[in-house]
Write a protein that binds this ligand. Structure first.
Ligand code: SAM
Length: 279
């Protein structure tokens, strides 16, 4: 029986299937296995884990994941053109790859884990399609999947916003919501030329480790509301940008300076404001 090491190089496999990248699917492939292995090493150890990969495409990252000691990889791909290539991978790693043809925005990953690998720790490792990266991150941070850690490739600028420190230009709603739920750090940056075809901008892998005791669903909902108002008018003082939620009185209840601007308020301050909104 042939194994992973017998598979043809990714470029050849793509050419043999006559596959060209589709812009509408955010397709920018990593065809260098040394790079995909490097990404998987960042996420190690994976032993015994079930890995969710969104957008396996031709399978470069999937191959590296299957070379690791992960128990199972569940790969969710929207573009059916890649299914034959992914089936070859599944055949080369019997019992370790489940390929699901679906839109990752609507698929229930927690149900997939319960069906295929119940009780295993969940990791998410993916070179995300840029057009849906942020809603997927929010889904995984706030939904039922409860991953132990995530290693996700984003446009560099989005990765910087997720990990941004208070007071920096990149600090905003995405930073506050992500950091309220998880620790986030940029683990690797990659130039656009590492991808085929190259995107317009550089990329970065962000490592996201959800906190054991994250905020409740009600507090998160309030946090989403507060940050939408505060950063919707980020140059205004909070007494003005949060007017619809109680303005200065709300800030006082939360112990926050009403004359401050959103970008100077740390995550803990936004959580206090969200508590006050929630009541
Ligand atoms: N993982 C591959 C790699 O690194 O070479 C491909 C990454 S490419 C940036 C993004 C992949 O996500 C493509 O294969 C694309 O078809 C797939 N994709 C795009 N939108 C998707 C969605 N909503 N749900 C699932 N897969 C999607």
């Amino acid at each position: 029986m042939s194994g992973l090491e017998d598979l043809p190089p990714l470029r050849e496999a793509l050419a043999a299937e006559g596959l060209l990248a589709r812009k509408s699917f955010g397709q920018h492939f990593l065809l260098d296995l040394n790079l995909t292995r490097k990404i998987v090493r960042l996420a190690a150890p994976l032993d015994g884990a079930v890995v969710i990969e969104v957008g396996p495409g031709p399978g470069g990252l999937t191959r590296a994941l299957l070379e690791s000691d992960a128990a199972l990889v569940i790969a969710v791909e929207k573009d059916p053109r890649f299914l034959p290539l992914l089936q070859e991978l599944a055949d080369a790693a019997p019992g370790r790859l489940v390929v699901i043809e679906a839109d990752a925005l609507t698929v229930d990953e927690a149900a997939l884990v319960a069906a295929h690998a119940p009780g295993r720790p969940v990791r998410v490792i993916a070179n995300l399609p840029y057009n849906v990266g942020t809603p997927l991150l929010i889904k995984w941070l706030t939904g039922p999947l409860r991953p132990a850690a995530m290693h996700l490739m984003f446009q560099k600028e989005v990765a910087q916003r997720i990990a941004a420190a208070v007071g920096s230009d990149a600090y905003g709603r995405l930073s506050v919501i992500s950091q309220a739920v998880a620790e986030a750090r940029i683990a690797l940056t990659l130039p656009a030329r590492a991808f085929t075809p190259p995107p317009k901008v550089d990329s970065a892998v962000i490592e996201i480790t959800p906190r054991a005791q994250g905020p409740s669903a009600a507090l998160l909902a309030a946090l989403e509301t507060v940050t939408a108002h505060a950063f919707g008018q980020r140059r205004k003082m909070l007494r003005s940008s949060l007017k619809a939620l109680g303005g200065a009185a709300l800030c006082e209840a939360a112990g926050i300076d009403a004359d401050a601007r959103a970008e100077t308020i740390p995550v803990s301050g936004f959580l206090a404001l969200a508590e006050a909104v929630k009541g």
